[in-house]
Write a protein that binds this ligand. Sequence first.
Ligand SMILES: [Zn+2]
Length: 379
Amino acid sequence: MSRYPFTQFIPAFLIAAVACAVAPMAAHGSDDPHAAPAKPIPAAAVPAAPIATPKVGKESPPAPESKAAAQSKTAAQPEAKDAPRDAKSGPTATPQEVAARIAERLAALRTAKSEKNLREATAHRPAPKKRMVEKADGAADGKEAHEDMHKDMHKETHWSYGGEGGPVRWGEMNPEWAKCSTGNRQSPIDIRSGIKVDLEQIAFDYKPSGFSIIDNGHTIQVNLGAGNHITVGNRMYELVQFHFHRPSEEKIDGRSYDMVAHLVHKDASGKLAVVAVLIERGAARKLVQTVWNNLPLEKNETVTPAGALDMNGILPTRREYYTYMGSLTTPPCSEGVLWMVMKEPVAVSQDQLDIFARLYQMNARPIQLSSERLVKESN
Ligand SMILES: [Zn+2]
């Protein structure tokens, strides 16, 4: 099939190269479940089962990994680290143009990232997309194909909050992210004219838990050990992770807040429920300081502090809320997410706001059309 026997390693190598330059997608990164793949918290910290990645709601189950992608993944992971060595060891078998290209990429790669980062990123690399794998298979045709593939990968992986990878482009960057542009139940929204009813209380059952912190390139995310739950609508959801946006993504009657924390929960069937806690400037908050104290020095590096985090420390005193059906606010923008936005904001200090701002000046998706969705609010 391939004219060059060594081309088999090229997909793995290129994928690894790109992965180290790209943040792992938050469950698919980010929103949300948004953002980084939740990682199991070491048993030493939490005697709990690994946290599943709350990637998508029931309506859009995680795309099954294609056979080709699965194979590629299996092959890529153990080999990725060694790929550069392989590239050097077989120069006689390598057409010069391909070898030169690999050497060029390697050099760029090494300049950009330390070996440590390379190993980290490779280990956290999201599964390759089927489409990329198919492209890679055809890449033996030469450097143009490699060029295309590289461009393609960049296009698919580098979503951001501005510029070429900005929110208006998310839907076209990857077929699996189409909902970002075609969905009509997207988040965030500007919450106006909610219907006041006797909303049932959200039953929060949070307790001190092991936690780990990751800067996934889109936000600071805290993954929680098992045992934190909410019950609402006769359904129990487990808290998987929470993360921050600046400014708040959701607006209330046109007003946005300094920040928001999204507490991402998932039920046994995979349905997502996100509790949004609006944040405004005021007194310092201990829970936030604990997170900031343990910020990873590098992106995609996980810090697992000793001790426990008590998530009650992020909840407002009053428990009234708004609720509506929406989506993840980051690719893949999966819908079917139950949103509950707490009415009372909580305070963090100016210093604490400033710390996040130094890392993420702006990481909020713009307001989406509400499309006459029903919003209910507590009386
Ligand atoms: Zn979020």
